[in-house]
Design a protein around this ligand. Structure first.
Ligand SMILES: Nc1nc2c(ncn2[C@@H]2O[C@H](COP(=O)(O)OP(=O)(O)OP(=O)(O)O)[C@@H](O)[C@H]2O)c(=O)[nH]1
Ligand SMILES: [Mg+2]
Length: 452
């Protein structure tokens, strides 16, 4: 494979920058742009040397650097690799990168280092996805989950299921050769029991995805209420940032604003939106259209009311559009004399004041409670799917097994059952990457950043 390189640290001002190169020419390419050209060729893997980057065309010194040398197969990608730590900023790393490109390396694509690691059996596809989750994790709980998957727990679970399925195929195939019907009966009972057990394992993996997704990507809360009840003020309060425009005029917010916060280790995405009423103009009508979509797709709702006024039919109408979703009702402006009375629907709101920043602990508690009620799983122990690809693969294997069980129960030809079980094994092999298509790999690794 050709030799690839990329800047692996974020571009911008920082103390150091890391440039990575992988492939069979890594060491010779690096040798051509440093002082003491022969040092690298004799050095063993896993060593770091101090050196200078020199432009071979102008002999100009570009930077003082540290160079780490890795030799195949003992490297991240399994190939020869060089990592150059340069000074940070925008200029120096780019110049060094350009020198590497000029000397014959090619710019890496997104996730290409990790893709090579996968192709060289350094990690499974599930581990590669866990790695991506880890980089993207926004909170500690998400990162911890990704770590668990990176250690291969999900992989182990899938392997266990797959190996049992392989045993079952062997039994089924053996039974095909048996003349003796009694013997086949015993096997049938045994096979059905084992398949039921596997079906259950897959079901709990499927239901784990909802929680896995929330922990990695975040729980989406749409902030919903009449105009002027203080939705944007609440958004700013929770974000601890003066992000959304707040005015005394109803109809201030039209677009959807998004902000991520960490509540007790849970990543929560807040969505501030237009106040709900009959739109008074075109921008507001468009805002409402967006809001409807957001309410629909949100995981939960923060339903905001004004505590200083009696509830109106407008509040009630809004309540009717959201009450089927997980929601928390909030009475804002509780610093003002209370006007809330005779709440016509069955809620007991959390009282807050966005103006005085009060009630925030109670609100955070309510948010955590709601999330924990939704998470279907004990995350400290469980094996969890975190990507749609994983969940889909597990679902397909599950359906095939379910079908297999049905056929055995209906005393159908074992050959047909074997067919489904083998198909289920293939789905699981795709999950771990034992069988993979370029398409699937492209999709997974294109989510990575360049340099990973
Ligand atoms: N007294 C008091 N006033 C508040 C509080 N929260 C918001 N306000 C005021 O209420 C008005 C509306 O606040 P916003 O945050 O813009 O309300 P909104 O719901 O986002 O309004 P729209 O975007 O128009 O739908 C502003 O004048 C705020 O200063 C509060 O807790 N107490
Ligand atoms: Mg607003």
């Amino acid at each position: 494979m050709d030799t690839i390189c990329a800047i692996s640290t974020p571009i911008g001002i920082g103390a150091i920058s890391l440039i990575r190169m992988s492939g069979k020419d890594s060491i010779s390419i690096a040798s051509r742009i440093i002082s003491g050209k022969d040092v690298l060729s004799t050095i063993e893997g896993g060593r770091i040397i101090h050196s200078w980057i020199i432009d071979p065309m102008t002999e100009e010194i570009v930077d003082e650097v540290l160079i780490s040398v890795f030799r195949a197969p003992q490297s991240y990608t399994g190939e020869d690799m060089i990592e150059i730590s340069t000074h940070g900023g925008i200029v120096i790393p780019r110049r060094v990168l350009n020198l590497l490109l000029r000397e014959g390396a090619r710019l890496a694509e997104r996730g290409e280092f990790t893709r090579r690691a996968f192709l060289n059996n350094k990690m499974s596809l599930l581990e590669a996805e866990a790695l991506l989750n880890l980089i993207e994790a926004r909170t500690e709980k998400g990162a911890r989950l990704a770590e668990t998957n990176l250690k291969g727990r999900l992989q182990e679970e899938i392997n266990e299921i797959k190996n049992t399925l392989l045993d079952i195929t062997t039994l089924l195939e053996a039974s095909l050769d048996f003349e003796d019907r009694d013997r086949l009966e015993i096997d049938r009972e045994y096979i059905i029991n084992r398949l039921y057990k596997l079906k259950e394992m897959l079901e709990s993996l499927i239901s784990s995805y909802e929680g896995g997704r929330i922990l990695i990507e975040g729980f989406d809360f749409a902030i919903v209420g009449k105009p002027n009840v203080g939705k944007s003020s609440l958004f700013n309060m929770l974000l601890k940032e003066d992000r959304a425009i707040v005015t005394a005029e109803p109809g201030t917010t039209r677009d959807v604003l998004e902000g991520m916060i960490d509540i007790d280790g849970y990543p929560v995405r807040l969505l501030d939106m237009v106040g709900i009423r009959s739109p008074v103009n075109e921008p507001e009508r468009k805002g409402l259209e967006r809001a409807e979509g957001i309410i629909e797709s949100a995981d939960g709702i923060l339903f905001v009311m004004d505590a200083s006024e009696p509830l109106s039919s407008a509040d009630e109408r809004i309540y009717k559009t959201i009450f089927r979703k997980p929601f928390i009702s909030i009475a804002n402006k509780s610093d003002l004399p209370s006007g809330l009375e005779g709440i016509p629907f069955d809620i007991s709101p959390v009282y807050v004041s966005a103006k005085e920043c009060s009630g925030i602990n109670e609100l955070n508690k309510a948010i955590v409670n709601l999330i924990e009620n939704i998470l279907p799983y004990d995350f400290s122990e469980g094996v969890i799917c975190t990507t749609e690809r994983q969940a889909e693969g597990v679902r397909r294997a599950h359906n095939l097994i379910e079908n297999g069980i049905k056929m055995i129960e209906e005393q159908r030809d074992p050959e047909l059952v074997t067919f489904d079980i083998k198909e289920a094994i293939d789905r699981l092999r795709e999950l771990t990457g034992e069988i993979s298509s370029e398409d699937v790999l492209d999709r997974i690794f294109s989510d990575f950043c360049i340099g990973k």
